[in-house]
Design a protein around this ligand. Structure first.
Ligand SMILES: Nc1ncnc2c1ncn2[C@@H]1O[C@H](COP(=O)(O)OP(=O)(O)OP(=O)(O)O)[C@@H](O)[C@H]1O
Length: 799
């Protein structure tokens, strides 16, 4: 599963809620301005206007009943999103209860208002009151609170929460301390319930605590309603001195007892204001500093580009907790050490079975396709599923429950390698043989009513066995969690890679297209449509220097298609026009998505993009299917590559290339060959280094064997491309490769004729790049150079 609008595992309507065309826009949730706003201006009792801070939620501007009953009456709510590196985003929104369609929609709207679009990994998925009580629904949200903390899937840092509270209540230290204590409780790991850590950060406060807190909040609300007008102008600890004792908060009672100022935990002290300067962790990455400095100046921060965000996440320390035992962090996943306490025999005794996989029957069609694939794309040393993953668990035919202890006895669970809406994926290894694996941990409570979707994924993915598709080896279920044991693909996902790199060379993109086509061809032969092909679902294996291969994962939306499907689902940027037209679709929708991915890989931004991230506008653009190769970004890209993009993004699915045709497309083959040559050269060089053989000879051998392979490949019969022009054109790169000439990575690619769309600006220069790591960010031609630009529907691409 993936980032944007990860909405699998739902009933037919809900599961397809990755995005929902049916959902009306949310006109009544308005951002008060284009960017996160400063605090609302409110008059103080003396009639002066000053920049007020948020009143603690137990001093509601609107009583809960009032808020619920006065649906028409909009009111302001401030929401703060603690981000990594102790930065914040905040927004004040005008809300009308009646305008909120659903809680899910509300979360998405808030997320977008905060600058995290709905498809974004860091989008808002949970809302909390300032006292760490999770907001569970629309009514809950409209109980009169005026400030909330918005969180994503990642577990928040307490320091981040503290920062948020400081932003909200700078003058109310006691109130802050009280709120912080509630957060401490919530975020505190509970060892015996450690499995919950997999799915988030709600384990610290048990339900009784939450209930008590809710009760306490409610009491406070009821009470404070009486004195609202008084309370709004005074700090909470002073107000409460006028309240009956039984309404006093814990912190205030504490304060009265000890007569000492509220105490912050030691590890938070460093974030407190000292000598007027707030201590901050230094920003690891240069370009992010602008956000901090803007914040210091109290200027609403601009939306960070996705590249920035992704890098920021990347630089966060890898989490190393054992979700099942809550024990000390595990070492990196490694093969079993001598003397390991669990043997295969011991593991066998458990309810979890270990045995070689049953032989997979291969149909004729598959045989043919596999033969073709082998002919067309035999990269050395990179095709094979590693030997030690070939021995797999039996997939149980029933859903027998195991215990967490069983899971722990069988697997050593390591760091998080990815997460989605419903799952956290961790490295793990089998204790009996040390085999490294990935374990997708799904909180079952999140699947209530959507269980059949997981079953669907299990049965489909479990039946597939292809080197370009992530293998599912086993699945286990405890009372609370499901564990999918999969092949570990260690290079991250393509989404992250695009964030890092911006865009890719034609060779790299060609190899990736080849890989995805292989996977698609394989599943399409089985009449399986993936329906959620996008960079987040393509996992990367690094094969040789500069060469990475992809594996397709996340079959949450996949289905067997025997007749036209009408269900609207997918992810907006990658959705095919026939899905939107609701005329019935089939496997060709995956090929369209591949076309979008290829476009993104080559240019760094998606082919169809709405200026204001307006979904309706995006869908209109997709339906119109007008493809533009925006200059100057596309100028260096070869005509062959553009031709393939056109053939994949063919609005008519009957004319669109198939996965098989894509695989056999000359440009794809040529690019894959170049990568093959590189891999061989790389291997030869490594061999040379190992054996001390004559470098030139080894290199020549590698090149000639690559050239032979290409010549053979080009004779591959059965290429029935629908785009004749492409089929018969000899890619110039291939000629280069056959002459044995090394293509320098940085060398400009073959100059194709310039095809500009209406929005092209003649003579436009590539904007200055912001260089960080590999540092190739394209600046928005229309925006000031200082502003970050988000790419590939990861933000604001070039218009
Ligand atoms: N086998 C694997 N090896 C390594 N990393 C993986 C593996 N499977 C998934 N991941 C990482 O975990 C992330 C989340 O996985 P996945 O998309 O399956 O979760 P999900 O909860 O199903 O997502 P969604 O929100 O789409 O429902 C992926 O984007 C990827 O980065």
């Amino acid at each position: 599963m993936t980032s944007s609008q990860r909405g699998q595992y739902g009933c037919e309507a809900a599961r397809n809620a990755k995005w929902r065309t049916a959902a009306p826009p949310a006109p009544l949730l308005k951002r008060t301005g284009g960017a996160p706003q400063p605090w609302p201006i409110q008059p103080n009792p003396a009639g002066q206007v000053h920049r007020s801070h948020i009143h603690p939620p137990h001093l509601p501007l609107f009583h809960s009943r009032h808020a619920e009953e006065s649906a028409e009456r909009p009111h302001l709510v401030t929401i703060v999103r603690p981000c990594s590196q102790n930065t914040l985003r905040k927004v004040t929104v005008l809300l009308n209860r009646r305008g909120v369609v659903s809680f899910e929609q509300l979360l998405l709207d808030i997320s977008e208002a905060l600058g995290f679009p709905r498809w974004h990994r860091s989008r808002v998925t949970r809302l909390y009151t300032t006292h760490a009580r999770e907001v569970k629904g629309v009514c809950d949200f409209f109980r009169g609170e005026v400030a909330f903390l918005a969180l994503g899937r990642a577990r928040p840092e307490l320091s981040g929460v503290q920062e948020a509270l400081e932003e909200l209540f700078p003058d109310h230290s006691h109130y802050r301390a009280e709120a912080l204590r509630a957060w401490e409780k919530r975020l505190r790991p509970v060892p015996d319930k450690a499995a919950k850590a997999d799915s988030g950060y709600s384990e610290g406060t048990d339900s009784s605590e939450t209930n008590q807190e809710t009760q306490k909040d409610t009491n406070t609300h009821v009470k404070n309603h009486v004195n609202t007008h008084t309370h709004t102008t005074q700090p909470p600890h002073r107000i409460d001195t006028h309240q009956p004792e039984n309404y006093k908060s814990d912190a205030q009672k504490c304060h009265k007892k000890s007569r000492k100022p509220a105490h912050l935990p030691n590890h938070l002290q460093r974030l407190r204001v000292r000598g007027g300067v707030r201590e901050r962790k230094p920003s690891v990455i240069g370009p992010f500093k602008h956000e901090d400095s803007l914040r210091e100046a109290d200027i609403p921060s601009p939306t960070l580009c996705e590249n920035c965000l992704a890098r920021r996440f990347k630089h966060q320390e890898a989490e190393r907790i054992n979700p099942l035992s809550g024990k000390a962090p595990l070492p990196p996943v490694s093969r079993k050490q001598k003397g390991s306490s669990y043997t295969e025999e011991e593991v066998r005794k458990l309810d979890i079975h270990i045995s070689p996989p049953p032989p997979q029957p291969i149909s004729r069609e598959e045989e043919k396709s596999v033969a073709q694939l082998e002919l067309s794309n035999p990269l050395p040393d990179v095709e094979q599923v590693p030997k030690d993953t070939q021995q797999t668990f039996d997939l149980p035919s029933d859903d027998r429950e195991v215990t967490q202890a069983d899971i722990e006895r069988c697997y050593e669970i390591g760091r998080v390698v990815g997460d989605g809406n419903f799952a956290v994926v961790r490295e793990c290894c089998r204790r009996d043989n040390g085999q490294p694996l990935a374990m997708k941990v799904i909180e079952r409570s999140k699947l209530i009513g959507r269980e059949h979707m997981m079953q669907n994924e299990l049965s489909l993915l479990g039946s597939l066995c292809h080197p370009r598709i992530v293998r599912l080896f086993a699945h286990h279920h405890t009372q609370t969690h499901s564990y999918l044991v999969m092949e570990l693909v260690s290079g991250g996902d393509l989404f992250e890679a695009i964030n890092e790199r911006g865009k890719f060379s034609e060779e790299e993109a060609g190899l990736m297209v080849s890989d995805v086509s292989e996977a698609l061809n394989y599943i399409h032969c089985k009449s399986i449509v993936h329906r959620d092909l996008k960079p987040e679902n393509l996992l990367i294996e690094h094969i040789a220097a500069g060469i990475c291969r992809l594996k397709l994962g996340d079959f949450g939306l996949a289905m067997v298609v025997t007749e036209p499907v009408f269900t609207i689902c997918g992810t907006p940027t990658y959705v095919a026009p026939e899905i939107l037209y609701e005329t019935g679709y089939g496997v060709a929708v995956d090929v369209w998505a591949l076309g979008v991915i290829l476009y993104v890989l080559l240019s760094g931004f998606p082919p169809f993009r709405s200026r204001d991230r307006n979904q309706e506008e995006l869908f209109q653009l997709i339906k119109q299917g007008q493809l533009h190769f925006l200059s100057p970004y596309w100028d260096p890209i070869s005509e062959e590559a553009k031709g393939l993009v056109r053939a994949l993004l063919q609005p008519d699915p009957t004319v669109r290339l198939t996965a098989e045709q894509t695989l056999l497309h000359p440009w794809v083959k040529a690019m894959a060959s170049i990568c093959r040559q590189r891999a061989l050269t790389d291997k030869a060089q490594r061999n040379t280094a190992d054996t001390g053989a004559e470098p030139d000879r080894v290199h020549r051998q590698a090149q000639s064997s690559a050239a032979e392979t290409v010549t053979d490949k080009d004779k591959t019969p059965g290429h029935t491309s629908r785009e004749g022009e492409i089929t018969h054109r000899e890619p110039s790169r291939q000629t280069e490769m056959n002459t044995g000439r090394e293509q320098d990575e940085d060398e400009p690619l073959q100059q194709g004729s310039k095809e500009t769309g209406t929005e092209d600006t003649p003579g436009q220069q590539r904007p200055e790049c912001t260089s960080v790591d590999s540092g190739r960010e394209i600046q928005d031609p229309g925006s000031p150079a200082s502003q970050c630009v988000e790419l590939n529907q990861l933000g604001d691409p070039p218009r």
